[in-house]
Design a protein around this ligand. Structure first.
Ligand code: AR6
Length: 370
């Protein structure tokens, strides 16, 4: 089962995030509304404090709050505080640290904060399927953050105050609520455009090459479970990347068959190396399943890290003895299916063959499944 469908099924097992539609008076009209405040309360997933992992600007964040407060510190050149924000996952701490950022100026932050907020929200809701789904299920409702003291991000009224239900009685701006509505619009427009143009945005090409020479965002390594190097393509990648690669690999605690882990590319032209461990061929049904996992997990990891070009070697077809034509069929069908399942994500996939013979097998397989 691929990771995207396993994500879906695990979120099905968890209770779906509940949405309770309320009302909001806007002039003489009554509109639908969804109110929220703390992350642990109803609709808490809309709060910037809600734990939600995403990658942005090449870094991993634990919540929208962490990203925004990190950027706040950096905006004013306070790199020490920015580092402190990255050092904790507690949003209360993020806020407290950024509140004391040196060099702070109101006008600068007033101008920038909405743009930074939009970037955080876009990453949060495009990279977390369950949250994206819940946001879309709020429909056309106004989204309103309720907090007495917060006159900027929130509407300035509490979650129990009747004033929250009349926009003219708000004492705050509800910047977060309106930004969330715009992110919801964007998600909906993306859905419409992918329905109008159902072609995947990713491409597949085949070439004969030494994978270590490719200037792509990421190359995939056919590694072993130790991740500490070996022969074949693994050896070639480690030699070309230099000794820093094995140092970083040693911190990863190995890798199970079918799984994938990421490191930097060091001296390689590629920025990243995605290490995956193919199955040793045994002639059983599980071989294809595990090999398929290698491709899917590598692509999932690529997407999480904003990688838009990736080259795969013919995983398992060397030392691990997987017959080339069988392995190629798995590689091609898995990658094609992944691109179908992620039509909005643009990624160029290269099957990097080490021989003309392998190239011919890949090309024939691609032509057959055209
Ligand atoms: N560029 C592209 N492809 C290559 C390159 C290269 N520089 N070098 C080899 N290949 P293998 P496996 C092709 O044996 O079967 C290692 O020791 C090669 O022709 O590298 O998954 C690991 O540490 C073949 O088609 O990987 C593991 O212990 C393909 O890469 C074990 O081998 C894969 O061959 C993994 O075995």
């Amino acid at each position: 089962m691929d990771k995207s469908s396993s994500n879906k099924s695990s979120s099905n097992m968890r209770a779906r995030i509940a949405i309770q539609h309320d009302t909001l008076k806007i002039g003489c009209k009554t509109c639908g509304a969804v109110y929220f405040h703390l992350p642990e309360e109803l609709h808490g997933f809309l709060s910037n404090w809600y734990p939600s992992r995403f990658v942005l600007d090449g870094m991993q964040f634990s919540s929208a709050e962490q990203y925004i407060m990190y950027r706040k510190c950096l905006t004013f050149g306070d790199t020490e505080s920015a580092k402190k924000v990255l050092g904790t996952t507690d949003p209360a701490q993020h806020q407290a640290i950024a509140q004391k950022a040196t060099g702070y100026h109101d006008k600068v932050w007033n101008g920038l904060r909405q743009v930074i907020l939009m970037r955080a929200l876009t990453a949060k809701f495009t990279q977390n399927e369950e949250l994206r789904d819940a946001l879309l299920r709020t429909g056309e409702d106004y989204l309103v953050e309720c907090a007495h003291k917060d006159k900027v991000w929130a509407c300035g009224e509490g979650l129990q105050d009747e004033e929250r239900r009349d926009i003219d009685k708000w004492s705050g701006k509800n910047i977060l609520g309106f930004a969330l509505m715009e992110v919801r619009n964007m998600l909906r427009m993306q859905e419409i455009s992918s329905e109008l143009d159902p072609r995947p945005r990713g491409t597949i090409t085949v070439q004969v090459n030494d994978i270590t020479t490719l200037a792509v965002d990421a190359i995939v390594n056919a590694a072993n479970r130790s991740l500490l190097g070996g022969g074949g393509v693994d050896g070639a990648i480690h030699r070309a990347a230099g000794p820093q690669l094995v140092k970083e690999c040693a911190t990863l605690g190995g890798c199970d068959t079918g799984e994938a882990k990421i490191t930097q590319g060091y001296k390689l032209p590629a920025k990243w190396v995605i290490h995956t461990v193919g199955p040793v061929y045994r002639g059983k049904g599980t071989d294809a399943e595990l090999l398929s996992h290698c491709y899917r997990n590598s692509l999932d990891l690529a997407m999480e890290n904003n990688i838009h070009s990736i080259a795969f070697p013919a995983i398992s077809t060397g030392v691990y003895g997987y017959p080339l034509d069988e392995a190629t069929a798995v590689a091609v069908s898995t990658v094609k299916q992944w691109l179908e399942d992620h039509r909005d994500y643009a990624i160029d996939v290269i099957f990097c063959c080490f021989s003309q013979k392998a190239y011919d097998v890949y090309q024939a397989c691609l032509d057959k499944t055209e």
